[in-house]
Design a protein around this ligand. Sequence first.
Ligand code: PA5
Length: 402
Amino acid sequence: MLRYDYENALKVGEISFEDVNKVDFYNAYLNLMEKLNNGTIGFRDVIYKEDLNKYKSLNGYENVVVVGMGGSILGTMAIYYATFPFANNAYFIDNSDPEKTLSILKKVDLNNSIIYIISKSGNTLETLVNYYLIKKEIEKLNSFEGKIVFITNGGKLKREAEKNNYEILSIPENVPGRFSVFTAVGLAPLYSLGVDISKILEGARVMDKICQNEDILKNPALLNGVIHYLYEKKGKDISVIMSYVESLKYFGEWYKQLIGESLGKKGNGITPMLSIGAKDQHSLLQLYMDGKKDKVITFITTETYRLDKEIEFEDLNDEKISCMYSDVIKYEQKATEIALTNNKVPNIKITLDEINEMTMGALLYMYEMQVGFMGELYNINAYNQPAVEEEKKICWKLLKQK
Ligand code: PA5
């Protein structure tokens, strides 16, 4: 389902198995397991306990509109765009940029839509404002044939939903926003979009079994966490996801939030970056190869591209080459991997059998576990985001003054 190759992260010579073994990863493992077992943190429980029957009434709409920010929308986008890269009935309103939101509202037929308003706190400014914009549009219609579903636990949006008798789904309190893709936050809109949500959870459960392993060499989440932790201590504190599957672009966005908000605390953390291969070989590879040596690269690739064909072309010496179209990007990835290793840039490779619901469930869950382990290694709370509250307070004040 998913293969994790770490050899090139150790081959470049800066960290060794001895260094890995010196890290107190067993304690980090025990601490995370305790939090997951005693329910302090609930992102593991939900992959076993989610009742999928509650989503049955949520399909049959032509369009799906999802309004949310950060953890309330990025996981849905990651899985949706990966599994349905060519569909066009999904509208994600995930910002307060007037050009983007207003152009979506101009285009979408709300009458044929199921509209999700997603905010765990119920108080997120952008989500609130975007909800009010949609409400105004709906009021202009003679009658509204669509459906509005709130996924929220409280705040202004829950009060608004209750006042208007909208359907409300809730999120387990012990599942933090950016770890909530396997709750109603991700599952409800993905179900409406035709994604097989039972397979997503199945993939996460298979990965969970693997991540229970105490043997670090059999536990990719733990090993990847320790490798990134060790390199961060050596000044390689930028983690680049370089995906050779373009439909994983939003997985990269989800990854950035998960890593950035969870681990960027008390002067710690790694800076997440996203690159798309092969095209970034022509923009960023020079920097990765020969610039400041502060990066660890993670290739994400797939064994099978869902669309492919045999091709023929002539090389630069006019000699004929016949291969599959996917061989081109596969060899470009391989060549980049070899060149980076030759230049002593640590790199890791995650290969998915194919991009589908199972493998995406496994991939996202693996990173949730990795970040959980890394939070324990840094001895920080990986599940809050106190620093972003300051901006929120200032912004509400400025808006009110206006
Ligand atoms: O991970 C988190 O908790 C945050 O990034 C939230 O997901 C984000 O701020 C949106 O919050 P809410 O779901 O309360 O609207």
